[in-house]
Design a protein around this ligand. Sequence first.
Ligand SMILES: NC(=O)c1ccc[n+]([C@@H]2O[C@H](COP(=O)([O-])OP(=O)(O)OC[C@H]3O[C@@H](n4cnc5c(N)ncnc54)[C@H](O)[C@@H]3O)[C@@H](O)[C@H]2O)c1
Length: 436
Amino acid sequence: MKVCVVGLGKLGAPLAAVLAAKGHEVTGIDIDAAVVAAIAEGRAPVAEPDFADMLTLARPRLGATTDWDQAVAGADASFVIVPTPSEEGGGFSNRHLLEAVGCLGTVLRGAGRYHVVNITSTVMPGSCDGPIRAALEAASGRKVGEEIGLCYNPEFIALGSVIRDMLYPDMILLGECDARAGDVIEAIYRTVTENAPPVQRMNLVNAETAKIALNAYVTMKISFANFIAEVSEALPGGDVDAVLTALGKDTRIGGKYLKGALGYGGPCFPRDNAAIAALARRLGVQPDLALATDAGNRRQAGRLSAVVARHLPPGGSVAILGLAYKPNTPVVEESQGLMLAADLVARGVAVTAYDPLALTNARAVLGESVRYATSLEDATVNAAIIVIATPDPAFRALPAILERHGGNKIVFDCWRLLAGLPVPARVIGLGQGVPA
Ligand SMILES: NC(=O)c1ccc[n+]([C@@H]2O[C@H](COP(=O)([O-])OP(=O)(O)OC[C@H]3O[C@@H](n4cnc5c(N)ncnc54)[C@H](O)[C@@H]3O)[C@@H](O)[C@H]2O)c1
């Protein structure tokens, strides 16, 4: 099919590449000329594993432009993936979406053929059938459901595994104005995915609710696991891994995201949880579950910082390994490593920070309040305490470095990444009997 992708950011650019690699004729459009130039020249505008390879496969069928007429000409569908920033109170703003949908609608006014507008950005429930439908109909002069289709189809990807998650999703969530529109989007996904995922089709508002509810549920699971970690830490002989591994075997619960480590971060989890609380408030429903999840999460970095500070010898410094919100991405939004660094700095502790991908973004947040190390070795050689803040497999090289540089170090292994390795240091895992 011929597909237009509106917004070539962290999600849109990889999606455009995947669609084209799988045989669709794709034109991307973005208001940022630099991003458009990168895609048009076959360069990855964002760092993401496997993205460059996908772009090579996509190259013959992937173009990019800043011209709406060119982007939409002859297209069967457009995927709209522009930012929907969080607002005061936790809801999302539709302002970029409405602008993009207005431009799309204007071009579709003269198009004379069926076209499905597929909203992929995360939106508040009620958006697609409300202001987005209205903007599309006003700009196009066409009626949704007759000459134009409208779908809501969010992606459940994680940064650092965007391409893999697009190829092997657990499910496709598809809100549709009618079956004709949904059929077009489902047909596209059947060609893109490699695991024949179930396609959950429903009306627009239920799909909008399902997207934020799913992420809110995962955040609740993470905060629950971290709560059990706190309990286990306080219990003589407590071990969060023993407890949660058992829980994870129960098929009603499952082991994913049930670790008991640091809190969640990134561009989706915290804000989707806040959004469902905002939605509940707006509807007069008690948001306590979502609020408790968030409060538990916000406590994590400060809790760890206090324990680290207690173990720090006078004049000693702390190395934090992992500044992105997770491994394999430079994104530092709501990163626990950054929050930990800021908290320690506020306590007057000298901090050295290291991340294989996120140093530039971390510096933009922390400024010169910490020292930035250029390697794992540089980060840790003079530190009294080392905190492993993300489960990046690269940090499993730490024991070999400690072997060479030794000393009386303490390693806070928040994710038990070094479990099973001989480590020439005192290792403290969260949820595992941290001494008072
Ligand atoms: N990044 C994620 O992990 C993730 C995961 C799931 C859902 N989402 C959702 O997807 C949406 C996009 O997220 P992202 O991380 O890709 O954002 P991003 O900021 O990385 O990219 C958005 C792109 O849209 C472009 N843009 C803005 N206004 C535009 C307009 N009017 N016309 C054309 N292009 C325009 C921007 O220039 C930018 O390149 C958000 O709603 C987000 O919540 C993101």
